[in-house]
Design a protein around this ligand. Structure first.
Ligand SMILES: [Zn+2]
Length: 132
């Protein structure tokens, strides 16, 4: 479950609250130090470099992701754009995945045919699948 970072406006101390997505916003949050409900959620810490953040934001656009799972070529294109946007060289395994997507293979097929690919790229491919 995600951890939310809160600041108590009464005692001015910060505390973490672990809430499920369903609970967040639906349940009052009280300060773990003084019990006050006069709390404010702190803005999330910025961990990503500017380029990566922009890339991820555009990726998180549901309209863009719609149907991508069924369209390997569109997915390959998006991965390429992502690589450009972050300004990083994609790992070689990633290039192989993109080429295979481009030739119309499904991600599942690629995972079974390229040994170790799901290990090497589980973060990237997993993030794709995890966006609902
Ligand atoms: Zn407090």
């Amino acid at each position: 479950m995600p951890t939310y970072d809160y600041l108590c406006l009464k005692c001015n101390r910060r505390f973490d609250v672990v809430l499920s997505y369903a609970e967040y916003g639906a349940r009052p949050v009280a300060c773990s130090h003084c019990g006050s409900e006069n709390v404010r959620r702190k803005p999330p810490r910025i961990r990503l470099a500017r380029g990566e953040e922009a890339a991820l934001e555009s990726m998180a656009d549901p309209a863009k992701l719609n149907g991508l799972e069924d369209d390997p070529r569109a997915m390959a294109k998006m991965f390429r754009e992502m690589g450009k946007a972050t300004g990083e060289d994609l790992p070689p395994e990633f290039g192989e995945v993109i080429d295979r997507l481009d030739s119309g293979q499904s991600p599942e097929q690629i995972e079974t045919e390229v040994p170790g690919i799901s290990d090497a790229n589980s973060g990237d491919l997993g993030a794709m699948g995890g966006l609902e």
